[in-house]
Design a protein around this ligand. Structure first.
Ligand SMILES: Cc1ncc(COP(=O)(O)O)c(C=O)c1O
Length: 425
């Protein structure tokens, strides 16, 4: 087999040239053609077919290696194939994987106790996907509103922000402002009030005696990594406390180390009434999500009123317990803060070059707006892919940089050099 040695980042790798080491049927083109024929077209992935991954690197079916600067939309904060997480999952696979909540299992107590402790809260309600946890937060807030706050039946309102992204269920897209996410899914669920993100006056005016919760992303990820104006989150915290309204922070993407702290709310000294968590909680191995809150709030549920067959299963708990143990050391948050400061210093040099019009974010998380004249986010993502770097565009003109927190500084620098190469700066 003829092969060439190609250097990508700090790594040398072998790329097959003539006789492919994989059969014809598993080439990138044929696999993508099969996906096009048999999978619903609800995504538009970059044309790369990943076969294996390790740390911050992925390898495609033809042996090409790519630096992962997306990290599964922050579900892979601890990297691909993280040894500790994989070992915890393997050990649990051999013991017991599912009981349903019809019975207790021996990992559940530790999971609830330790996750609540990590969050500085008292109780946990586990689910699987992020959207399920947001749905759970909506149900929790409404039930709290009726049973604790005393809101008249069917009158509960939840205030959300424009440009939010909280998931894809019918109720959640009912309070989305993204036409693509909403179109043709009506009738929509009522009971939500949308205010501009970062606008405190609008928030103040939207709250009524029937408002049960304000649901916010402390940094809006899908909107382009939008950081709210300084002081906004603390002011919302104060306002919600004064008005007896729950402050629910959707930290599904921003939480668990991504921004350099365990929670993005911490940057502003804010403690919400409930965290909604997902993505990285499952270590990139299994879907694990949860609402974490006080006993007053999560105490509203009685048996039979909410649930999930897989929520809080033994495998999920074992993986999440390892994630929690890793976060408790603080080393991932520290790494994200340090490397993130480096990332933002480097990206700041690009801002104002015309090729990049703005850069936002915190920690190892950045939204980079590409100048209109230069091309779309998608085009830049495709050019980066050709150079061995995987990112994903959002909102047309933005690319998101969110590598696994375990990425090496040299690899990150190499990725940034590719971005400069694509931008020609
Ligand atoms: C802030 C936020 N909330 C909720 C979700 C939905 O999570 P899932 O895709 O696991 O349902 C996402 C996913 O991107 C998110 O970023």
């Amino acid at each position: 087999m003829a092969a060439s040695l190609v250097t990508v980042g700090t790594r040398a790798l072998v790329v097959a040239e003539t006789e492919s080491p994989v059969s014809r049927s598993s080439t990138t083109e044929s696999l993508i053609a099969a996906v096009d024929a048999h999978s619903a077209h609800n995504y538009h992935p970059l044309p790369v077919v990943v076969a294996t991954a390790d740390g911050a690197w992925m390898t495609d079916v033809e042996g090409r290696r790519y630096l992962d600067l997306l990290a599964g939309y922050s579900a892979l904060n601890f990297g691909h194939g993280n040894r500790r997480i994989v070992d915890a999952a393997k050990a649990q696979l051999e013991r017991v994987t599912l009981t349903s909540r019809a019975f207790h299992h021996d990992r559940f107590a530790a999971f609830c106790e330790q996750l609540a402790e990590l969050c500085g809260m008292e109780m946990v309600l586990p689910m699987n996907t992020g959207a399920e946890a947001v749905e759970t937060a909506v149900k929790t807030a409404r039930k709290w509103g009726y049973r604790v706050k005393g809101v008249p039946a069917e009158m509960a309102k939840i205030v959300v922000a424009g440009n939010n992204f909280h998931g894809r269920t019918t109720t959640i897209i009912s309070f989305s402002t993204d036409p693509e996410a909403r179109a043709d899914y009506g009738p929509y669920t009522p009971g939500f009030e949308i205010v501009p993100y970062g606008d405190l006056t609008a928030m103040r005016e939207a709250l009524t005696e029937n408002t049960v919760a304000v649901l916010l992303e402390p940094i809006q990820g899908e909107a382009g990594v939008l950081v709210p104006p300084a002081g906004y989150l603390p002011a919302v915290r104060e306002l919600t406390r004064e008005r007896n309204v729950l402050f629910v922070a959707d930290e599904i993407q921003s939480g668990l180390g991504r921004t350099g702290r365990t929670f993005a709310c911490e940057h502003e000294g804010v403690v919400p009434d409930a965290y909604v968590l997902g993505k990285a909680l499952g270590g990139g191995v299994v879907p694990v999500s949860a609402v974490v809150s006080s006993a007053e709030v999560l105490g509203v549920f009685r048996p039979g009123e909410h649930g999930s067959t897989f929520g809080g299963n033994p495998l999920a708990c074992a993986v999440a317990l390892e994630v929690i143990a890793m976060l408790r050391t603080g080393e991932f948050q520290e790494r994200s803060a340090e490397l993130g400061a480096h990332l933002h210093r480097e990206l700041a040099l690009l801002a104002g070059t015309g090729r990049v019009t703005a850069v936002r974010g915190r920690g190892l998380w950045a939204g980079v707006d590409i100048g209109r004249a230069f091309g779309t986010g998608r085009e830049v993502s495709e050019k980066l892919m050709d150079r061995g770097v995987l990112v994903k565009d959002t909102q047309g003109a933005t690319i998101r940089i969110a590598p696994p927190l375990v990425i090496g500084k040299e690899d990150l620098d190499w990725g940034l050099a590719q971005l400069r190469g694509v931008l020609g700066v």
